[in-house]
Design a protein around this ligand. Structure first.
Ligand SMILES: Cc1ncc(C[n+]2csc(CCOP(=O)(O)OP(=O)(O)O)c2C)c(N)n1
Ligand SMILES: [Mg+2]
Length: 803
């Protein structure tokens, strides 16, 4: 581990160009002012009219002003990508404004509708940050996975201009487990272009953190193969330590409890001296005796995280480390330079208007000039202009347009499960040279058990270097090398969704569109859910297959059976949830999803892209007879059926077409049995039984509850917004041409499909899995959850009685 000696001149003049530290310090003060005032304006200059506190984080921002100034004005190059901790978003915007990348009008819009977002947002902020942040830990890990995605892209498509992937993160973010999952995974080994900057202000939201855990953290990073740098003391303290008698001073500060040290920041110079020396040994008292109160106050709070030379030195040391990721712990002060510095409850504290006025005056600004950029004729103005030019991004080349077929023409003559079909479809696509180069799969140690083996056998496993395979396995050829197209992860669903997210953003962050496909056991989608949300909120486009799913995974028991994932898939924005039952339907839907991803990836900047985003396929290992689907195909023809399958539902059994006898009065009781996924055989059996009893039972296979729901909501909202009567959307009308009671059947929470009754305005009974499962045979589990044919028949009778 390296400790920075900040007393020497910066060794990073090359990156800083000709910037001298005095100019950077002037910029730093202006960044501090703007970041503070952006939050102040949001809270004091704007009347929201609702009495709700606007909020914002002046202390968390101030903590990182120096580091972000050093990065943007002294270190970064154009292709570098940066993730900024959520609560420092005002600093990011202040810097983008000074660089000329953000219009002045936005500075008073923090947390306003259509204005600057509370936390950096790729998709919503006008000065588009490289990474969204907000849920602590995730934005920190994202650049690591972006670097892994870049390594993959470089290996397959040729090296891009070098980017460094940087995360500037809060120290309490290291409490999040996903941080340690990320650095522990071999897929993130050796990424020399990664640098994490940890804002070690020793405070979290609630408190001053008792006992600094840096030693433990450093060991954890070191054990994971990271290069660790510590930037602790600023130049003045370093110099004082080097004086004769300076060693006890250092020991005293090093041994001081964190709460004691933090309490110094809120005090005036005389009180600070007394507090600092409270309990100090005689030699420390002696060493400080000759130092005046003001000087002592400045000295003992001089941390490297606010020393621009030290920071640039630390970054340069990380940059020199080419073969492993680096982390630099910078010691900072939460609220640095503000009256709330170091206060235990400063997390959400806001400066008063008087304090803002005082700060403005101190910095030589007036209400007329407070939002100004630097005068272009001054050194600071010239340096920001030079940095603006240096950091300008090269416009992206027009991406290749990737042609995905409408189908792989999967054949399914015997019973087949959707999970198996999924594997076969991927194998077929790997043979299609128009698509194959862009496909990349990943799985958290479940590749073989989710049917990726066939694909892996063809395309191999990705590793930056070719690795010798020691055992010949004719069934699974696990050969690793730079040409491989499957990225294997350890068991971390967080890592899965973070990697999928960054592969799904490679069109942006690595100038290379990809078609990423991940697999995960369906119940464990929830284990990675926050990272899933993070990735799609960031605009990533990928496919994830949750498989196997539901109580259909009968013998595996309650711990492995998913129940609420259907509802999650349906409700998640920017994700299309799909649960087909039949192989050909899956084929069409998967090809359709890949087509949509490819089209969106190739859309020119600023073009309106389709709304689907990513795709979540919920699959099963239960093989089911494909004949009913073939019958629907014969009846409707591929063109019509494909359109309906993609729209979300089609009639698997059309009782009229099947020649169901009408009752003597011409009006047979009629019911729709609606199933999704693995339960279709039970639904079909129930329909046959009802038909025998003289009830016309149509079977509707819902391939995407999400698409149906969205179609319904679209027409409803249209009606609400235009004050007109909403119509029934086309997809629902086609699948449900008549008004008749319905029964919904789903191996998932009954709620996932229960809205259909309202959508159609008919009585509905919803069957599903609303309690935890257990081990058993499929028939046992279906019986226990009323998914068996007999229960479905009874549900149909109940629905008819509700009419
Ligand atoms: C996953 C998650 N949990 C909780 C929060 C609420 N929260 C926001 S900031 C914060 C403390 C952050 O402390 P630190 O990372 O040290 O940042 P600092 O404000 O000290 O710079 C917490 C708990 C969050 N944003 N995300
Ligand atoms: Mg902190």
């Amino acid at each position: 581990m390296t400790t920075i000696s900040a007393g020497q001149p910066s060794s990073a003049p090359a990156r800083a160009g000709q910037a001298d530290l005095a100019v950077l310090a002037e910029i730093e003060q202006r960044v501090l002012w703007l970041a503070t005032r952006i939050v102040d304006a949001a809270n004091h200059d704007r009347d929201t009219g609702d009495g709700v506190k606007v909020g914002g984080h002046q202390a968390s921002s101030a903590s990182l002003v120096s580091a972000l100034t050093a990065l943007y004005f002294g270190y970064l190059d154009g292709p570098d990508k940066v993730s900024v901790k959520p609560h420092a978003s005002p600093v990011y915007h202040a810097i983008q404004y000074l660089l000329g990348n953000l219009d002045r009008s936005y500075l008073t819009t923090l947390r306003a509708f259509g204005g600057l977002q509370a936390y950096p947002s790729r998709t919503k902020d006008p000065d588009a940050p490289d990474f969204s942040t907000g849920s602590v830990g995730l934005g920190a890990a994202a650049p690591l996975f972006a670097a892994a995605a870049r390594r993959y892209v470089d290996a397959h498509f040729g090296a891009r201009p070098r980017s460094r992937f940087i995360a500037v993160i809060g120290d309490a973010e290291l409490d999040e487990g996903n941080i340690w999952e990320a650095i522990a995974d071999p897929a993130t080994d050796g990424l020399g272009d990664v640098m994490w900057v940890v804002d070690l202000n020793r405070q979290s939201l609630d408190r001053v953190i008792p006992g600094v855990r840096i030693a433990q953290w450093e060991q954890q990073f070191t054990a994971a193969g990271w290069h660790v740098v510590e930037a602790k003391y600023g130049a003045r303290l370093q110099a004082a330590f080097a004086q004769p008698g300076g060693a006890p001073l250092r020991d005293w500060i090093d041994s001081m409890p964190n709460e004691h040290y933090q309490s110094l920041f809120g005090l005036g110079p005389a009180d600070l001296r007394a507090r600092f020396l409270d309990g100090a040994p005689a030699d420390v008292q002696g060493c400080c005796a000759g130092i005046g109160d003001d000087e002592l106050a400045g000295l003992v709070t001089d941390l490297a995280g606010h020393d621009l030379g030290s920071l640039l030195d630390a970054f340069a040391q990380c940059d020199a480390e080419k073969d492993r990721p680096s982390v630099v712990f910078i010691y900072t002060v939460k609220g640095w330079g503000l009256p709330i510095a170091g206060h235990p409850r400063n997390h959400s504290a806001l400066l008063t208007s008087e304090q803002i006025d005082e700060m403005r005056t101190r910095l030589g600004l007036t209400p007329q000039t407070e939002w100004d950029r630097f005068d272009p004729m001054t050194p600071a103005g010239q340096w920001t202009a030079a940095r603006r030019e240096h950091l300008a991004r090269v416009p992206r080349a027009q991406p290749p347009s990737v042609t995905v077929p409408d189908a792989t023409d999967i054949r399914a003559n015997k019973p087949v499960a959707t999970q198996e079909a999924f594997g076969r479809i991927l194998v077929s696509l790997s043979r299609d040279e128009r698509v194959a180069p862009y496909l990349v799969t990943t799985a958290p140690d479940v590749a073989t058990s989710t049917n990726l083996a066939g694909f892996i056998n063809r395309v191999r496993v990705f590793s930056p270097d070719t690795r010798r395979a020691w055992s010949e396995d004719p069934v699974l050829k696990w050969a690793e090398g730079p040409e491989g197209q499957h990225i294997e992860l350890g068991i971390s669903e967080m890592n899965l969704f973070l990697l999928l997210g960054q592969l799904g953003l490679a069109w942006d962050l690595s100038d290379q569109p990809l078609l990423p496909v991940g697999t995960v056991y369906d119940p464990f989608v929830l284990r990675g859910l926050d990272a899933f949300i993070y990735s799609v909120y960031s605009g990533a486009r990928f496919i994830v297959a949750g498989t196997p799913s539901g109580v259909t995974l009968a013998p595996e028991g309650g711990a492995h059976q998913s129940t609420i994932t259907g509802s999650v898939g349906l409700a998640l924005p920017s994700v299309t949830f799909i649960e087909p039952a039949y192989a050909v339907a899956l084929d069409w839907l998967m090809c359709g999803a890949l087509q949509a991803i490819a089209a969106a990836n190739a859309a020119p900047p600023g073009a309106a892209v389709m709304e689907d985003g990513s795709y979540y396929f919920r699959l099963t290992t239960r093989g089911i007879d494909q004949q009913p689907f073939q019958a629907a195909r014969d009846r409707l023809g591929d063109a019509v059926l494909r359109r309906e399958v993609l729209a979300g539902a089609y009639r698997l059994v059309d009782s009229a077409a099947a020649g169901a006898e009408s009752a003597p009065d011409g009006r047979a009781p009629r019911v729709y049995l609606v199933g999704s996924g693995a339960v279709l055989p039970e639904v079909l059996a129930a329909a046959a039984e009802l038909t025998e009893e003289g009830i016309a039972a149509d079977v509707v296979d819902v391939t995407s509850a999400d698409r149906l729901y969205r179609a319904w909501q679209r027409t409803l909202r249209q009606g609400v917004r235009t004050a007109t009567a909403p119509s029934i959307p086309g997809a629902l009308r086609t699948a449900f041409p008549d008004r008749a009671p319905i029964v919904t059947v789903h191996d998932a929470a009954s709620h996932t499909l229960s809205w259909l009754g309202s959508a159609l305005g008919v009585p509905a009974v919803s069957l599903g899995v609303d309690s935890f499962g257990q081990s058993g045979a499929v028939a046992d589990l279906y019986r226990a959850h009323d998914l068996d044919p007999g229960s479905i028949v009874n549900a149909a009778l109940a629905a008819l009685s509700l009419k």
